[in-house]
Design a protein around this ligand. Sequence first.
Ligand SMILES: Cc1ncc(COP(=O)(O)O)c(C=O)c1O
Length: 389
Amino acid sequence: MDIKSVRQDTKACEDKIFLNSAGSSLVPGVVLKTMVSYLEQEALTGGYALARSYENEVKEFYAEVATLLNCKAENIAFSGSATDAYSKAISAITFEAGDTILTTNDDYISNQLAFLSLKNRFGIDIIKASNLPDGDLDLPEFEWLVAEKKPKLVALTHIPTNSGLVQQAREVGDICKKYGAWYLLDACQSVGQMVVDVQQIGCDFLTATGRKFLRGPRGTGFLYVADRVLEKGLAPLIFDMQGAKWTGTDTFELAETAKRFEFWEFSYAGILGLAAAVKYINTIGIRDIAAYNEDLMRTFRKELAKVKGLRLHDQGTRLSNILTFTIDGKSIEEIEENLKRHQVYYSISYKDFTLPGLTGKNAGQVIRLSPHYFNTAEELEKVADILRF
Ligand SMILES: Cc1ncc(COP(=O)(O)O)c(C=O)c1O
């Protein structure tokens, strides 16, 4: 990977140390250019005529995402966010009282809220699989739960928002296949950061957002829908004329592709911007990006381990580009002030994101840093120095 040209393409990384790609990353120049150019033309012509002339460019979005995930363009639906994609996927499953969703303690807060809503409306059960002492999923127990409880849906967050953990998506996929459970993978923090291959993982649905490690615009995301889901005729509870054809007063025909999970209206500047971001990644190569990221994070964790009093809140045996920490004797506010003074971009997270509001002011708060492939080892060594204060 040519870091020099990556940084040249990311002008905004020059005057700061940007470590918040898990929040909302910096877009490469080509993404901004694509969107601004589209919006400028849209302002002159109105949306419809211009959209028609961009049909081929819009198609590129599906092809680029398919290349990244190792699937077909027909398996991809554009969405406004990861949560938008997630709620459409989940609405495709016909839950009845007594059905079970099996999930983990590390699943994203909004996903947990969706499960609670289903519980209240349909009377489903939610089971959370246990973790081993090192933070990894207890896979034998997980398999036992799938075999015994026969969950209708298994829902896994690949990389949780706050702990460095990478969950065993592929192993969970093997278990779901063996017992025939639908498998929904929240890959919001993993796509763009590491290789995510839907054939290897074996998920039925996968959700992602544009603005994080994909380095796309806000207000964008996508849903991957496996062939077997489409063939079984699953569709979101609510679809519109993009997702289905109205064939008679009381009849309709679902779109054959994952487009049945889209609505007719979406941001054309957004989809083109995300297409440019994914194409940018595909051109560099996700394998090279992932290898660079692994080296970078190994160096960073090693440097941070030398900072007196700094506690990393990493969990699990495989770690990601997200790390969270606290420093003994320093308040979160003091650390924030120090980072801000040195132009280091960060975010605040909760150690236990599942119950943040219930644990009191500042309880469980941690600083989250999430470098990406436009960052350098030198920058991260500098951050370790900044944290010695
Ligand atoms: C693991 C995970 N899943 C889902 C989401 C939600 O993504 P969006 O805000 O695009 O809906 C986030 C956002 O931080 C996340 O970290």
